[in-house]
Design a protein around this ligand. Sequence first.
Ligand SMILES: [Zn+2]
Length: 427
Amino acid sequence: MTLLIQNGHVVDPLTKRDGQYDVLVEDDRIRKVAEHIDAEADRVIDADGCYVMPGLIDLHVHLRDPGLEYKETLATGGRAAVKGGVTTVCAMPNTKPVTDTKEKVQRVHERAKGEALTHVIQLGSVTKGQDGKQLADIRGMAEAGCRAISEDGKSVMNASLYREGMRIAKESGISVFAHCEDQTMVEQGVMNADANAKRLGLKGITNSVEDVIAARDILLAKETGVRLHLCHCSTADSVKMVRLAKEEGLPVTGEVCPHHFILSSDDIKEDNGRYKMNPPLRSREDVEALRRGLKDGVMDVIATDHAPHSQEEKDKSMAHAAFGIVGLETSAALTFTSLVKTGMLTMMDMAEKMSSNPARILGLEDRGSISEGKAADIMIFDPDKTYKIDKDTFASKGKNTPFDGYEVSGEVVCTIVDGRVVYGPVR
Ligand SMILES: [Zn+2]
């Protein structure tokens, strides 16, 4: 099976190609990239006016499967992913039961091949049942291809236990993805601790709840030598600490989510659960620091923290709603609109932060690039399409987003996974 993508603007972080090229796909591989390709292909896609980029790799996704299928499944999450141009997702292990053994990781990987349109990498938890008491089977899960462990949803509060987990992760050649939140300091907070929280009568979460654990985890990574990825950084001091860690040459990377680099706490005009996520929307100063961190390269990755919930779980006061918003179907357009159109990032930066840097962190050498011999995981993106985000069109079971009705530019028109067109072309 051959597929020829013609007339598109290729953006490739590996070869630095940034211009008009044709791309020839043969079976699951990219065979050739050249200014003009004359080939008899089984299928031809005209990408005129569109970017042809490596498929997005989202390091932070909650697929909720197994156990919480009313929120999302491998199938619905997979459809949402490819609609958003996402060809690989890292599925967080806070499933039900928690993904904490080799067999559970293997089971998701086997099922995903048949059920999900996107590649799924199942991450393993750090501790058994995420109870923070005993380490999970980290070696076994690494053998099953988890590529990283994460206690996401919370932090491992016992630093000694976490350090031991990091040592095993290092030995096993996998990363640690850290959700930084000091459980003892949350004090039932539901949004950023500021004047707006007071006005709404809601309990606040201070920046230090994140920052003290970010500092601790960087120091533990320094001691153990493990590759540490800080998930969903939301504060100016998190950015500062990632910068310091990099200056020391530590293998530390930082991630930012679109909601954190676009919205601030001041955008919460009313007490509505759709604004509730963890970490919360922060101050305008924090938002600016995150944007600068992305621009100057300190922050390596844009990921979604896609966290689907049922309508009942979200449609209530922030005091009682579940934490989390969906993101798979909006991240490309939000990033393009907020960072690329405004001139903060180039299209190449976007491809790096949403595809090639995540591929490098996961050790996926054949993904994250539109070049000869790489996996044919491709997103075709039309930058000129302008529209309003409509949650009712989402393929995800989750409709919980603060961006419903938000005007954006840029639409994913086609997604290709392993050489198969799994979404579109819609033009
Ligand atoms: Zn988290």
